[in-house]
Unconditional design. Structure first.
Length: 85
């Protein structure tokens, strides 16, 4: 699962053009939005598209479950894993 965490971290960095941020800088358990990594709603849209494209998963817009999946790298990894079954 750590490999998937690192893939998602790198995808976040690449898709959002986060300069001066490395995979090691992103805590898998930290919030992606608000206090944690500090992403905003525009970042959420871009990240959602990148996740769909990279991992070929279906993401429902504006659902509470989707918001929960995008809480952290760890929750995103769990979501991607659950969709691979």
């Amino acid at each position: 699962m750590m490999k998937l965490h690192n893939e998602i971290k790198q995808l976040i960095i690449d898709s959002l053009d986060l300069e001066d941020v490395t995979v090691d800088d992103i805590d898998s358990e930290a919030a992606l939005f608000g206090e944690g990594l500090g992403l905003d709603s525009i970042d959420a849209l871009e990240l959602g598209l990148a996740i769909k494209k990279q991992f070929d998963v279906k993401i429902e817009a504006n659902s509470d479950a989707t918001k929960a999946h995008f809480h952290s790298v760890s929750s995103l990894a769990s979501f991607v894993e659950s969709q691979r079954v």
